[in-house]
Design a protein around this ligand. Structure first.
Ligand SMILES: [Mg+2]
Length: 284
């Protein structure tokens, strides 16, 4: 039996990313990209571009399966798809930042993670490609992270102004949740940035362009699994704050926990204090 964890995930991810860029190039306008085809397993409305993107990714998974690899796929729209072995999980968001993609705003990404267990700590490979800028982030557990093929520095690179983190990314930026967290954000951040893609925002932390990131409600593993490994392999810190073990969040489709990421342990501890909405508890 061929170990699925050692399949050529990088080549498969690159082929899927190239296919997605072509799919988006064929549908350049918002009216073309806004066509809805139903509700995904993750609960968001599925756009035709999400569906086409997922087809492109599953074409690559079908190919790996035909080559003898066995795994379980967990994808935003289709949910869990059994390819013969749940010991290896492939966590996919074909387009993270679909709203940006729909409206033609930069920063939407394909995110693919491969794990040999059931939690964030078990992710062994992470791939995020920003489909607008073309930037490609790759990480392998224990082997560091790359940006467009060049090693990403593990230096902290954290910048502060007046004691506050200079640039803090926020995600799940519903104004109600921003309002709820505003005072705590004001104490800890000099400026905020809300890109609209958790995967891309995590990559900004990995590259030390952001000094930290908070999601203002529980995030799903499909959005974060690849990016969190990329941050950690680039020397940064990540915590899923609903868990005492910071990487214990499961690799499934539920929004179990808000996520914080930072360049330093101090930054991470400060961000973990910011109030966030956990949808699993609050049911909002
Ligand atoms: Mg998506």
């Amino acid at each position: 039996m061929i170990s699925a964890i050692e399949a050529d995930w990088l080549s498969a991810s690159r082929r899927a990313a190239d296919a997605l860029r072509a799919i988006l190039a064929q549908r350049p306008t918002t009216s073309e990209r806004a066509v809805e085809v139903g509700l995904g397993e993750g609960g968001d409305r599925t756009l035709v571009i999400d569906e086409r993107a997922e087809e492109a990714v599953f074409h690559e998974l079908d190919t790996l399966h035909a080559e003898g690899h066995r795994f379980l796929a967990v994808s935003e729209e289709r949910g869990e798809v059994d390819y013969g072995d749940d010991a290896v999980r492939v966590i996919i968001d074909p387009i993270d930042g679909s709203l940006n993609a729909k409206r033609g705003i930069s920063h939407h990404a394909i995110s693919i993670a491969v794990a040999d267990g059931e939690t964030m700590a078990d992710v062994a490979f992470g791939y995020v490609r920003d489909l607008a800028t073309g930037e490609e982030f790759v990480a392998r557990r224990g082997a560091g992270a790359t940006l467009d093929g060049n090693a990403v520095s593990r230096e902290p690179g954290e910048r502060r102004r007046g004691g506050k983190l200079e640039i803090l990314g926020i995600e799940s930026a519903d104004p109600r949740w921003v309002a709820q967290s505003a005072a705590a954000l004001a104490e800890r951040a000099h400026r905020l940035r809300a890109i609209g893609s958790i995967a891309v925002s995590l990559c900004q932390v990995a590259a030390a362009r952001f000094d930290g990131l908070v999601t203002l409600k529980g995030c799903r593993s499909v959005d974060a699994a690849a990016g969190q490994l990329i941050v950690r392999e680039a020397g940064g810190r990540v915590a899923f704050i609903a868990y005492s073990d910071p990487l214990a969040a499961p690799l499934d489709l539920e929004p179990h926990s808000p996520l914080v990421a930072a360049r330093t342990a101090e930054g991470l501890a400060e961000l973990a204090e910011i109030p966030s909405v956990n949808l699993m508890k609050e049911n909002s």
